[in-house]
Ligand binder design. Structure first.
Ligand code: ADP
Length: 396
């Protein structure tokens, strides 16, 4: 059963076509510069095909993606109807969705209702859904929401200490994101350890450009670090993470900024980039530190500290932890980051084996002998979760 996964941004569209009989990747690609000019990168196995092609809108991008998937030279299917379902990544599902769903008019309306809460993500997600519907009519489409996995959080974890009416009137609360990744790596960790998922206390650290941590107790998300929007929580590539809200009016006055400009600063000019003054990319900051840049050094220390801090918080939330999992760009690739964070966690029973921690690319437990809490690295695969959910929804 072939399933197409689509992740649509404002000017980009990522896709993967998977054979879900054996969960293998058939082809993947990226349409970029949609609405500007248009560029496609299409990969089949180790072959890569790049072309410039006009993409005035997402519908045009989908047509070009389909041409590539059907092409004699680079394609992997000979007829669109070989695609049995399409799974869409949708960032915000509000309180509407605690699971993946078959998309119909009511679902589209609900995604639209969440526009205010994810203005950068939900509108292009819905555009992608509509463009797919237009170009592949009759193929079932499924919405897989970043927020859904966290809908199991208890009220004590998701309510902000604001006047209650704001929750009633505007649904202001913590939602959390990266749900597909937290779900995938936590399940994978339990499987690798040969222990029952529904009896474990797991803390998953998704550390990419965006970053969040999740506490998973007996297979359910019970707390997570991102909030009403993906700004809250950890220090990220360009985002502040947790910050005193009183800084908004303070900065508006002192720096003569509008509220929107302050939030843009928090989202786009802060985090590792703001602190280091070098880059949002971890590797550039490491290099700058090696070159003697003190701000780069501080940025890294603040980053590690915040991650360790949250792990402590979530160990308290669950009255213990069995497994800590690192994933995404930084979590998967930086042994140094894992070592630095784990150095704070000896009190929990975490002990790192440096040789194991130096391995790359595959799921691993890098705990040393005597550790009572497992420390693991698990490569994430959000597309595979989307494809699995899509298959499950369409097969009913
Ligand atoms: P996104 O949130 O955009 O999907 P990724 O999960 O790809 O981001 O993570 C990007 C981050 O991972 C960048 O800060 C990058 O520097 C970091 N990263 C990628 N590879 C390495 C590596 N080998 N060593 C250290 N950091 C890395």
């Amino acid at each position: 059963m072939k399933i197409l996964v689509i992740n649509c941004g404002s000017s980009s569209l990522k896709y993967q076509l998977l054979n879900m009989d054996d969960e293998t990747l058939l082809a993947k690609g990226l349409c970029e510069r949609i609405g500007v000019d248009g560029r496609l990168k299409h990969e089949r196995g180790s072959e890569e095909f790049v072309t410039e092609a006009p993409m005035p809108d997402h519908s045009a991008a989908i047509k070009i993606m389909l041409d590539a998937l059907l092409s004699k030279e680079h394609g992997v299917i000979s007829n669109i109807n070989e695609i049995k379902a399409i799974g869409h990544r949708v960032v915000h599902g509000g309180e509407f969705f605690s699971d993946s769903v078959l998309i119909d008019d009511a679902v589209e309306k609900a995604i639209e209702t969440c526009f205010d809460m994810a203005p950068l993500h939900n509108p292009p997600n819905l555009t992608g859904i509509r463009a797919a519907k237009q170009n592949m009519p009759g193929i079932p489409q499924v919405g897989v929401f970043d927020t859904a996995f966290h809908q199991t959080m208890p009220k004590k974890a998701y309510l902000y200490a604001l006047p209650y009416a704001l929750y009633d009137n505007h649904k202001i609360r913590k939602y959390g994101f990266h749900g597909t990744s937290h779900k995938y790596v936590s399940m994978k960790a339990a499987e690798a350890l040969g222990r029952p998922y529904d009896k474990l206390k797991i803390i998953t650290c998704h550390l990419g450009n965006g970053a969040s941590i999740c506490a998973i107790e007996n297979g359910r998300s019970v707390d997570t670090s991102m909030g009403f929007t993906p700004l809250e929580g950890l220090v990220m590539g360009t985002r502040t993470g947790d910050i005193d809200a009183a800084l908004v009016p303070f900065l508006m006055e002192k720096e003569k900024l509008s509220a929107q400009q302050v939030i843009d600063m928090f989202n786009k000019k802060s985090g590792l980039l703001g602190l280091s003054g070098v880059s949002n990319d971890f590797r550039d900051i490491l290099q700058a530190k090696q070159d003697g840049n003190a701000h780069a050094d501080e940025a890294l220390e603040i980053y590690y500290y915040r991650v360790a801090n949250y792990i402590g918080r979530y160990a308290a939330a669950m009255n213990g932890v069995d497994v800590i999992v690192f994933t995404a760009g930084l979590g998967e690739n930086s042994a140094l980051l894992r070592e630095k964070v784990c150095a704070y966690l000896g009190y929990l029973g975490v002990k790192v084996d440096p040789e194991k921690n130096a391995q790359r690319g595959k799921c691993m437990d890098f705990s040393a002998a005597g550790a009572t809490v497992r420390a693991m690295m698990v490569p994430t695969n959000e597309e595979l979760v989307i494809a699995r959910d899509t298959k499950a929804v369409v097969l009913g």
